[in-house]
Design a protein around this ligand. Structure first.
Ligand SMILES: Nc1nc2c(ncn2[C@@H]2O[C@H](COP(=O)(O)OP(=O)(O)OP(=O)(O)O)[C@@H](O)[C@H]2O)c(=O)[nH]1
Ligand SMILES: [Mg+2]
Ligand SMILES: [Zn+2]
Length: 289
């Protein structure tokens, strides 16, 4: 029988099948081969006598993310609040780079427009100008921009990701049309989420639209690339590759640099460029093991 893992808790995998939700364990061979089933996996399940299931095969994945740890997402929505909690745009770039590496297209969603000023929205827009990423400003609570966002789910498996307290689960509940996911207030003193969602969960919005709700994160490592490759993961820089005076230009202090020219002409935003420099130096100084 075929199924799809919708939730995993402590080694148990809840799998959506033609006969309903089954609690499944993976076959021993997976542990031996160091393969971990992921939420989102399409699997073959054998029904056991006690009514639970045994995962006997995992279909090849179209994508695999490490953070959040999900399989077969065809699109990501990176959710931040416009101002409560304040967005960390460096974290946004880290996430975007990882999605570029994983080959998963990402839409930027800035939530809580009901609490935001036009100036705050403008600052965020400018922060991503030239990047090519689609940005939506919405209010999950007041249902502003949410119907339009829901349109983007069609035909896709979308993973909602972002820090705690930005409204991912509130948005999921809007998409589902019911209060399935628990949501949590921000802590008042530090305006931060309380990590209400603890496990990634996959849900069906429609026959052809699935969404993952995922736990919030506060940090994000860029793994598996060298500083010199970072430019490849900034889409707006791609047109510059090879056009600087020096081969291997870091785009930081060299003269006649095509990227710095873009910065001067406003074709790459200061926000994106500054984060590039921070990440470049971080990758450069990372200890090699
Ligand atoms: N004002 C306002 N508040 C919102 C909006 N969307 C969500 N919230 C509130 O923000 C708080 C956090 O929402 P959640 O949906 O729990 O956030 P989350 O991103 O799922 O957080 P974690 O599960 O902890 O990662 C709740 O109090 C929501 O009611 C919005 O559009 N406007
Ligand atoms: Mg949540
Ligand atoms: Zn350069």
């Amino acid at each position: 029988m075929q199924g799809r893992i919708v939730k995993g808790v402590g080694g148990l995998y809840f799998t959506d099948t033609e006969i309903g939700l089954l609690e499944c364990k993976p076959k021993g061979k997976f542990r031996k081969d160091k393969i971990k089933p992921l939420v989102g996996d399409n699997v073959t399940v054998e029904l056991l006598e006690d009514g639970s299931g045994l995962i006997s095969d995992i279909s090849p994945r179209t994508s695999e993310l490490i953070r959040p740890e999900v399989a077969n997402a065809s699109q990501a929505m990176l959710v931040f609040a416009i101002n409560a909690p304040k967005p960390n745009l460096n974290l946004a770039d880290r996430f975007l780079i990882n999605m570029e590496m994983a080959g998963v297209p990402t839409v930027l969603v800035f939530n809580k427009s009901d609490l935001a000023s036009d100036a705050e929205i403008e600052t965020i827009k400018n922060g991503f100008s030239g990047s090519g990423y689609e940005i939506r400003f919405i209010s999950a609570k007041k249902h502003e921009g949410t119907e339009e966002l829901k349109e983007l789910l069609k035909g896709k498996t979308t993973v909602l990701a972002g820090p705690s307290g930005v409204g991912k689960s509130t948005l999921v509940n809007f998409f589902l049309g019911r209060e399935k996911m628990e949501t949590g207030e921000l802590s008042e003193k530090i305006m931060r989420g309380k990590n209400t969602t603890r496990h990634s969960e996959l849900m069906k919005v429609d026959e052809d639209a699935w969404i993952f709700d995922t736990p919030g994160f506060t940090s994000f490592d860029v793994m598996g690339i060298e500083a010199g490759q970072l430019e490849k993961y900034y889409p707006e820089m791609c047109s510059c590759i090879g056009k600087c005076r020096f081969t291997g230009c870091s785009h930081i202090s060299e003269p006649d640099c095509a990227v710095k020219e873009m910065l001067e002409n406003g074709k790459i935003s200061k926000n994106r460029y500054d984060n590039y420099v921070l990440l470049y130096n971080e990758l450069k100084n990372r200890r090699k093991y």
